[in-house]
Design a protein around this ligand. Structure first.
Ligand code: FES
Length: 295
């Protein structure tokens, strides 16, 4: 088994599942209203916010560990530890918001990640207290122990992102399997008005679902797998969300602007892959956006 393969074994274990649902409900009731949750998801920047914020505690605590090696720079290390402790709070809130809308395996590992981070945070707070009381040696022991724990926890977070795809765009992954040619979506008149219609595009091995929305003579076409966790957008709905006409995912309610695929409501933070559309002889054709096509 690879070094981090043990994390997949943990993700398989249902041992603490009974505690996860109450914890999820608690997170959702604390992080209200939806606009707060969306801010924490990173919907407003089009990218998950948690990994952006996490750089502050990780960066400051690693830097403090280096500065603590040199007696003359230890006061600066204390300032960095305090900065990391302050940044850990919004970082944890963003992580909790994302965690509450993930599949069960990610939630299980997320619990381990959160517990390890909480203990590390407690050790750093203890380190600050010890340093303030002049117990520098104890302060450094506590902060180096916290650094080890936070480093291990960061590896768990990385595994959740990369191996479990918890923050990746599932739409982008699906788009890569789609043909680079124009796809015939059929006659314009065959598309339902104002709600998504399922169409398929030729994929490399298997057909790829597309969600196509017609409004009058205008058509918007998207990769059918939601960027959040791959939900079936063709089974969703078209709704006005905060003044934008959006395609709404049936799984967790993420809303993507029909005009450009930008998320207008989370939990999705990544935009939805939108296809180019052209019209020919009463038929609608769509093709992947330029970022996927070689010139
Ligand atoms: S899969 Fe979660 S909102 Fe679409």
């Amino acid at each position: 088994m690879s070094l981090l393969g043990v994390l997949d074994r943990i993700a398989d274990l249902p041992t603490f599942d009974k505690a996860i649902e109450p914890a999820r409900k608690a997170v959702n009731s604390l992080l209200r209203p939806q606009v707060i949750r969306d801010a924490l998801h990173g919907t407003w920047i089009g990218h998950p916010l948690h990994p952006v914020l996490a750089q502050v505690p990780v960066g400051t605590w690693v830097s403090a560990g280096v500065l603590d090696l040199i007696p003359a720079t230890r006061p600066a290390a204390t300032v960095l530890i305090g900065t990391g402790v302050a940044a850990a709070v919004p970082t944890a809130m963003a992580g909790a918001a994302d965690w509450s809308e993930q599949e069960i395996g990610v939630k299980r590992l997320g619990v381990v990640h959160a517990v390890a981070n909480s203990v590390a945070l407690g050790l750093y707070v203890g380190s600050l207290v010890a340093r303030a009381k002049g117990a520098g040696t104890l302060g450094r022991v506590l902060s180096y122990t916290g650094l080890g724990l936070a480093g291990g926890s960061a590896a768990i977070g990385g595994h959740m992102s990369y191996a479990q795809s918890s923050g990746a765009s599932h739409a982008a992954t699906t788009a890569r399997t789609l043909t680079h040619e124009w796809i015939d979506l059929g006659p314009l008149d065959d598309l339902a008005e104002g709600r998504p219609t399922l169409r398929t595009g030729e994929g490399q091995g298997a057909p790829v679902p597309l969600a196509v929305v017609r409004r009058g003579s205008h058509v918007d076409a998207f990769v059918g797998a939601c960027s959040h966790l791959g939900g079936p957008l063709a089974e969703g709905a078209v709704e006005d969300v905060r003044g934008h006409e959006c395609l709404v995912c049936p799984w967790h309610g993420s809303a993507f602007d029909l005009s450009n695929g930008e998320p207008r409501r989370g939990p999705a933070a990544n935009p939805q892959e939108k296809l180019e559309v052209r019209y020919e002889g009463g038929r609608v054709l769509a093709r992947l956006a330029g970022r996927h096509l070689e010139g």
